[in-house]
Design a protein around this ligand. Structure first.
Ligand SMILES: NC(=O)c1ccc[n+]([C@@H]2O[C@H](COP(=O)([O-])OP(=O)(O)OC[C@H]3O[C@@H](n4cnc5c(N)ncnc54)[C@H](OP(=O)(O)O)[C@@H]3O)[C@@H](O)[C@H]2O)c1
Length: 261
């Protein structure tokens, strides 16, 4: 791989997810720099591979790399961009992991950087089962794309999509797990109270969820036909409330990410 060095501005959760995913695949590049103001975050990220990952509080220390990931939240991006503007190598590929800020805006914020990529990763990337839609600027050449794909493939699928769809993917594929995980945990806790062991629950829950996904998304049945296979929905009355939460929370969030409100 030509991309022998990587930098991360921001050493929080998504940086750890991506670096852990690469470590597990034995695909960490020779040099990884991570900057973060938070000592606890730096300790956690360095522990992934202390021989390869170097942490710093100074964003300028991570810029001399082949691929630079912008791993900070959108409100912080303006300050970070102002700090590093004009200091990024012209051959460095900059990958923003943040929603909201378009490549066009980012290029201006960074002082005219053209080799830009945006990706909306998700947490299963840590076990190579991520679904990470990606949009490339026109200045990323075929060979650079191929080199970058070698890295992205370590995290799972990285479908190339139109940049305008990234915020929708942020709501659906990046944050989607958070809508369901707390319900799984509650169901599992109840299952334990009802007499099932941890191993019975782990096996049963995983099989039920995998089977439900297969049936809903990979069978010939429509969503209505799938849901009609079970006559009794014990949570039916609450279901209206739950789906209403999706409307009232996710629609405004999408509009905020798109700058509509
Ligand atoms: N986690 C995910 O699954 C996921 C998925 C898709 C996209 N993303 C995107 O990835 C970005 C980071 O998310 P995250 O989940 O990693 O958040 P996070 O866990 O909160 O990490 C962000 C890190 O950036 C640090 N930071 C703040 N100001 C900084 C600065 N000026 N320079 C360098 N680092 C700075 C923060 O330090 P402090 O805590 O001290 O402020 C924090 O450690 C966001 O744009 C998010 O939307 C995340």
């Amino acid at each position: 791989m030509n991309m022998k060095s990587m930098g991360f501005l921001g050493g929080g959760r998504i940086t750890r997810i991506l670096l852990q995913g690469l470590k597990q695949k034995n695909a960490l590049p020779d040099h990884v720099w991570v900057s973060d103001p938070n000592e606890e975050m730096k300790k956690k990220v360095q522990a992934i591979d202390p021989a390869v990952i170097k942490c710093t509080s100074n964003n300028a220390d991570v810029l001399n790399v082949n691929v630079l990931f912008l791993s900070v939240h959108p409100p912080v991006m303006k300050d970070v961009a102002a700090e590093i503007s004009g200091k990024i190598r012209t051959d460095t590929i900059v990958v923003s992991l943040a929603p909201v800020i378009s490549m066009e805006k980012l290029s201006v914020m960074l002082g005219g950087i053209d080799k830009l990529v945006r990706m909306i990763p998700n947490a299963p990337s840590i076990i190579h089962r991520g679904y990470n839609p990606v949009a490339y600027s026109g200045d990323i050449g075929t060979d650079e794309k191929r080199q970058l794909k070698l890295i992205l493939d370590c995290w799972g699928e990285a479908p190339e999509v139109n940049e305008s769809k990234l915020e929708a993917y942020a709501i659906v594929t990046a944050m989607g797990s958070t809508y369901f995980w707390p319900q799984w945990v509650k169901l599992q806790a109840l299952g334990k109270e009802f007499g099932l062991s941890d191993s019975e629950l782990n096996k049963g829950m995983a099989a039920m969820l995998a089977g439900s996904v297969e049936l809903m998304y990979h069978s010939d049945l429509s969503a209505e036909e799938v849901m009609d296979l079970i006559p009794l929905y014990p949570l039916k009355e609450k279901q209206v409330e739950i789906t209403e939460f999706y409307e009232s929370a996710l629609r405004p969030l999408y509009q905020k990410l798109k700058g509509i409100t």
